[in-house]
Ligand binder design. Sequence first.
Ligand code: DAH
Length: 342
Amino acid sequence: MALNVKTLENRAKKTLLEAQDLEQLEGVFKQYLGSKGELTLFLRSLAKLPKAKRKSAGKAANEAKATLSIVFEEQKKKLQKGSAQKGQEPFDVTAPGTRIERGHLHPITLVQRRAENIFRSMGFEIAQGPEIETEWYNFDALNIAKDHPARDMWDTFWLKPQNQRERLLLRTHTSPVQIRYMESHEPPLRIISPGRCFRYEATDASHEFNFYQLEGLMVGKDVTASNFKAVIQEFLTRLFAKPVTVRLRPTYFPFTEPSFEVDASCVICQAKGCSVCGGDGWLELMGAGMVHPNVLKAVGYNPKDWTGFAFGVGIERLAMLKYRVNDIRLFFGGDLKFLQQF
Ligand code: DAH
């Protein structure tokens, strides 16, 4: 009798494992363990057996029942999982897809590209220089003497000296690109050089230790300050898409003579006076000047033959005015709520 139960158990187990879907599985289970199932009927028939045989046969049959119930549950789980994976959920092939989120350009990049396009249309080339500079290009060639207090105007990140003969630093402005470009080109020339600069200073709403500048340089025969004024006025008018007038105030830079502080009529209030321009209608925008003869000499040009103008403007400053942003730190904070507005 015990042997027969084992045979029955094996057969039932095999058929349970072969079931292809839940319906089939239930059917097999019923066939053996339903109210009229083979094993159920066998268990019921035990009562009629002589006592001696009843005990061992009953044990074998109950064990078979327990095993088959476990196999049934496991197989059921497997088939349920399989049907979920096959995607029994209705699938609407006409439904629109999930939109893939696309990134976009950073506001600083937007302003930089706009500026590049405007200058390119006026015949300026775009020049690049390294962010790690030598002391020569960042200071010396720009007529900033070793012991001159002007060197303190740029708080510098110096790099740890390695084996090189010259000290290296993170460039504090884009002006060294002027030198690099002039060294390898002959005038006449017109370039702008946008790029990242670094200064070792505390941050606040208008200062960052990492920022972008746009350098400009034009050298030719009889290039004058009026050429500069015309070029920069055209640039600002197109960048802000509003008429802008420019005024020059005298100031000091070691690499220009004369040097100017460049103010633009306020692009927020059209020079009527507002909180951004401090009420006087003018915005202080950039530094500029006529290239110093010593700078021309440093790159091997004869200052008697050539003159030029140069300027340097903060790209963040332009972006803050264009997009009405009141804190420079927002550009580098990585806050998507800010960045997604552009
Ligand atoms: N390099 C200056 C700065 O970082 C800006 C500047 C002023 C650049 C006058 C120039 C210039 O080319 O002529 O403050």
